[in-house]
Design a protein around this ligand. Structure first.
Ligand code: IVH
Length: 668
């Protein structure tokens, strides 16, 4: 028994170390494959020996799928902001002010990056992460511990043993450029609104009620401030170096500076060099190094007198508008795009910038041929931020939003309560048709190899595919009659079509292009209703009873299945052999023992994982709920249920049920 315990501990320690090498030091010393194998071994040992369970195990990094409301927590030390400036000479003035206040004592300044993300305060006790809280209003913030635990570069257990028994460390949660681009590409594909910059994406992600999704998005974190009663050193810099040894990611940019000349050189260097960094930054921060001197300098009501931020100028260019084009997406939404005289901005040539919707064109009062300001601050997508009114010709006409679809000529309609105009000709408008086909066949949906954007258009133009069901009427012969296809490419498509018949039902639901039904909603709806007939006959009430399905989504689903064209498409897909129900195994053993019950899962379990309990609840007719309310039937509680939840449960008189009792409840 002891041997197993030791092996588990050894695997955890080694995996923690490899995570640190990979996510913090960026220098892995083990292959992905070996890492995965160690992880698998640990998972298996933990599964067969729940008595050695530990919520801090590296296997817990994936995060549960469970959503929950955030609890507000008061900061032990308030989270202040920084005085800031865009001018080097004001930074010099800051240094001089410090010099005067320190009465000629010598001092060192630490220069560091100002990361453009969302700030976080972590509390560690006995070397373990116990809480992660957002800045909130500076006095109190949201407890986002469960989400933060999915960020792989944040140590759950510290290395070494020279850390204070209890301390706080503050830093910035960021979404690196690469992860940001990937996320936005996915959102663009799903026609979801894009994040304007990595900061919005990071804070939006951190507030998701779904830790598994948070874990998937690739957040990272840099740390820049250590607080506590017994810190190891009396300078900021040394404390940060100690934190780096404990496992935190501390930026290598952090430098000790001795003079105003050093400070100015640091600014001049990083003003451009920062563009090479993997994460967004919006300035630099200068801090007095000595903690004693920091104390001497003190604070104003809002910010420390011992620190100052220098902000980078957002890059802006002035260029002429050639014309505004209007593009039609898969769901018929019309996006206006400013086509510009090419201009160089932050190292890339900008020719187009989205104008998003009609309101933006009106608010900026854009006229034909206007000179426009384009900005690319933290934003990856260039943004039109203003118009040079003085450069406008007297007879220039205001840019009008189209009233008819630029692709099919149908009169546009405005979505109630939204800024967008939509082409209602869903089944006759080419970009909508080919967009839906393209969506249907893509990798994360039906995964039909060989059909992409261009092929969808060729198939449409050749009269072969004007809706997703037509794909299943394709034959090798029909394909080969089109000039573009040889035997090989035709065979590849036919094989892809055949294979798509094994794609599980939840992905089929996603592939249908029902407006507002993204991947997560498709899964929830599929698992809860089990088959296409139940989905087609579901009412708005039936649908809103499902987790994560709001009225807008429910109405969209009902509307979709009310259309005879769609019902016919479904029948044809069914006849072609496309999967129309959830796999057998997920439906076996079902009962209605938990019908009408709303259940919250909390804590750590021995017999099943949280996801398994979640599935069990749904299997027996219950509903998983993220937060405790008067409507909660009971809490399924494992070990280590959070104190805030306990308190809320007892206040509302919600019963707490242990896992053994729960398993008895659903037993046959
Ligand atoms: S120090 C009391 N250092 O900027 C000083 N802040 O405007 C605490 N930030 O809320 C902050 N990089 O979210 C500090 N290297 C850095 C920073 C940094 C980014 C953010 C932080 C803070 C805001 C202040």
């Amino acid at each position: 028994m002891n041997e197993i315990k030791n092996r588990i501990e050894q695997l955890r320690t080694e995996l923690d170390m490899h995570n640190h090498n990979y996510y913090v030091l960026d220098s892995p010393t083990i292959s992905d494959r070996d890492f995965d194998m160690m992880m698998k071994e640990l998972e298996e040992l933990e599964r067969s020996h729940p008595e050695f369970d530990d919520p801090y195990s590296p296997t817990r990094r994936v995060g549960s799928d469970l959503s929950k409301g955030f609890v507000q927590v008061r900061h032990e030390y308030p989270m202040l902001s920084l005085g800031n400036t865009y001018s080097i000479s004001e930074v010099d003035d800051f240094v001089k002010r410090c010099r005067d206040a320190l009465m000629g004592e010598s001092f060192t300044i630490v220069g560091e990056m100002k990361f453009d993300g969302t700030s976080i305060s972590l509390t560690y006790e006995n070397g373990r992460l116990v809480r992660a809280v957002t800045r909130g209003d500076g006095e109190k913030g949201d407890d986002v511990t469960e989400n933060v635990m999915t960020i792989k570069s944040i140590p759950l257990r510290l290395q070494g043993n020279d850390w204070p028994e209890r301390f706080e460390i503050r830093g910035e949660i960021v979404l690196p450029w690469q992860a940001f681009d990937k996320l936005n590409a996915e959102r663009e594909f799903n026609e979801e609104p894009l994040f304007a910059n990595p900061r919005n994406a990071a804070s939006g992600t951190l507030k998701l009620q779904n830790p598994a999704e948070v874990g998937r998005r690739g957040l990272d974190a840099y740390f820049y401030y250590l607080l506590g009663e017994d810190l190891p050193h009396d300078t900021h810099f040394d404390n940060m170096m100690a934190a780096r040894k404990w496992g935190f990611k501390v930026s290598a940019v952090m430098t000790r500076l001795k003079s105003i000349a050093d400070v100015d050189a640091f600014i001049n260097h990083w003003d451009t060099a920062r563009k090479e960094l993997p994460v967004a930054t919006d300035g630099l921060v200068f801090k007095i190094d000595s903690l004693r001197q920091q104390l001497n300098l003190g604070y104003t009501a809002k910010s420390p007198r011992w620190a100052m931020a220098y902000k980078f100028q957002a890059e802006r260019a002035l260029t002429q508008l050639k014309f505004v084009s209007f593009e039609v997406g898969r769901t018929g939404v019309i996006t206006p795009v400013a086509n510009l005289e090419p201009v160089l901005l932050s190292g890339t040539i900008v020719k187009r910038a989205s104008l998003h919707n009609a309101d933006i064109i009106r608010n900026l009062d854009i006229h034909e041929g206007d000179m426009l300001y384009v900005e690319k601050g933290g934003e990856i997508i260039p943004k039109i931020t203003g118009v040079d009114g003085a450069a406008r010709k007297a007879d220039a006409k205001a840019v009008a939003f189209v009233t008819e679809c630029p692709a099919c000529g149908t009169e546009l309609v405005r979505v109630e309560g939204e800024a967008s105009w939509v082409c209602p000709n869903k089944y006759g408008c080419q970009p909508q048709i080919t967009g839906r086909v393209e969506h249907f066949v893509s990798r994360r949906m039906m995964d039909i190899d060989g059909i992409g954007a261009e092929t969808s258009e060729t198939l449409f133009a050749g009269g072969l595919v004007s809706n997703i069901a037509d794909i299943y009427d394709l034959t090798r012969e029909k394909l080969m009659r089109l000039d573009r296809f040889g035997e090989k490419s035709a065979d590849r498509i036919m094989q892809g079509i055949e294979r798509s018949k094994t794609v599980p039902f939840e992905r089929v639901v996603y592939a249908l292009s029902i407006p507002y039904v993204g991947e997560t909603v498709a899964k929830k709806v599929a698992f809860s209703l089990k088959n296409i007939d139940a989905l087609m006959s579901a009412s708005v009430d039936d649908l809103t009873a499902i987790d994560d399905v709001g009225t807008r989504i429910a109405e969209s689903i009902v509307e979709y299945f009310a259309a005879p064209v769609n019902r016919e498409i479904i029948e044809r897909l069914r006849r072609a052999g496309v999967c129309m129900e959830v796999a057998e195994q997920s439906a076996a053993g079902a009962s209605d023992k938990l019908n009408g019950k709303s259940i919250v899962i909390s804590g750590v379990f021995n017999h099943h994982s949280r996801d398994e309990y979640k599935a069990l609840i749904e299997l027996h007719g219950g509903k998983n709920s993220g937060s405790i309310s008067k409507k909660t039937s009971f809490i399924l509680a494992g070990e280590n249920m959070g104190p805030a939840k306990l308190e809320k449960a007892s206040k509302l008189g919600v019963p707490i049920i242990g896992e053994d009792e729960f398993l008895k409840m659903i037993e046959n």
